[in-house]
Design a protein around this ligand. Sequence first.
Ligand code: UDX
Ligand code: UDX
Length: 437
Amino acid sequence: MNIAIIGAGYVGLVTGACFAGLGHHVWCVDIDEQKIQSLRRGGIPIYEPGLESLIAKGVAERRLMFTTDLEDPMLLADAVFIAVGTPASRRGDGYADLTYVYAVAENLAQYLNDYTVIVDKSTVPVGTAREVARIIEGANPQADFDMVSNPEFLREGAAIEDFMRPDRIVIGVESDRAFDVIKEVYDPLCIRNAPIVKTTLETAELSKYAANAFLAIKISFINEVANLCEVVGADVLSLAQAVGMDGRIGDKFLHPGPGYGGSCFPKDTLALLRTAQECGQDLRMVGAAAEVNNAQKARMIKKIKDAVGGSLEDKTVAILGLTFKPETDDVRESAALTIIPALIEKGTVVKAHDPKGIEEARRELPKEVQYVADSYSAAEDSDCVVLITEWNQYRALDMERIKKLMKVNPVFVDLRNVYRKQKMEELGFKYVGIGQV
Ligand code: UDX
Ligand code: UDX
């Protein structure tokens, strides 16, 4: 198949590289000239495991092309995937900003000649696919096309695996002809038994939000239970194990932490709430998950303050992990972005390390933050180490060495429960985890 992907961001690039890997001919189109030039030279704008080699392979086999020009890909494409960003609107009201999606619709309409399937891949509020169709019809009344909603369920850091071995492929569609085209696009995955869920446009759009909201609720739930554990003297680690073994509940996404971040959960829960509000429909669980999450991030600041004896002033704190999760360079909505500015404001010296996220974090954090090359340099002369993101390289730190580098009475605040309290105390640390006493 010939496929055009519009928007070479996280989702667009992964989707394009994977489709090329499955044997299709793919054009990745982006308005960002520099990004396209760089991709053509083999530069990868994001860190995502396996992406660089997959792109290199697609390019070498001439199945993956990069361009800023919509015209040629549009003339050839059987299916066009819209994968431009849909950030939270700048008004700060929780609505998704659909400017880019609509601009793309307006733009591509003029190039539609033969029958083409237009696919919404970006996460968009219910009703957007129909609006995109209206825009295209308005701009080019002769256009022969069908709309499909095909939401992505890709985790950053595991996006290629998620794409190649999906739990399901959701196809929101109204015509059999369009369904057949998209089914053929995904056929190499269906041969590997990836299940397809065929729905209406609205159901597909909403299913993405519902999935993300459910996962956000699950995380906020365990975070609240962890906080209760701290008060009543229970241990959330064993609790999550006991609860998660119930097959109806499942043990995934039951890890308490500093609150979820990333480009999806925070934004998508708010956008879903706005949709519900507009329809006069309550979604109290989703609202509560978002509220709990904000409180959880803020609560981490108090946790650190209490751990160092009640005052953060003139303390030196080493931060391990700036990204919202491991195996990505993405810091969007990361707990580190809430915690670090608060520490700085209270007069704390902050030394920070991250394997991939320093460059991105630098743009978002106060200039006082000192960035260091490794965990041990961060620990040097610090009163407290705070582990925010559970990168593998933070899972097996030489704690004897860390302790020697730190000031006397070293404190270790483990916001991901990576280490065992008893062992850390034996080593001479004051250890504070989440949901443990
Ligand atoms: C994606 C999805 O689009 C979003 O709905 C989902 O919720 C999260 O993931 P993402 O891939 O992270 O967004 O966006 P981003 O990395 O910002 O990339 C968007 C790309 O689209 C950029 O390269 C941008 O230059 C490009 N773009 C934007 C266009 O090519 N044309 C436009 O009109 C606007
Ligand atoms: C998520 C969804 O998983 C994916 O299906 C969707 O398409 C995009 O949004 P992503 O945001 O990349 O993916 O990461 P995810 O692994 O879901 O983690 C999101 C956040 O939740 C991270 O900050 C992570 O640390 C946090 N989290 C996750 C927890 O705090 N506890 C958990 O048990 C799981």
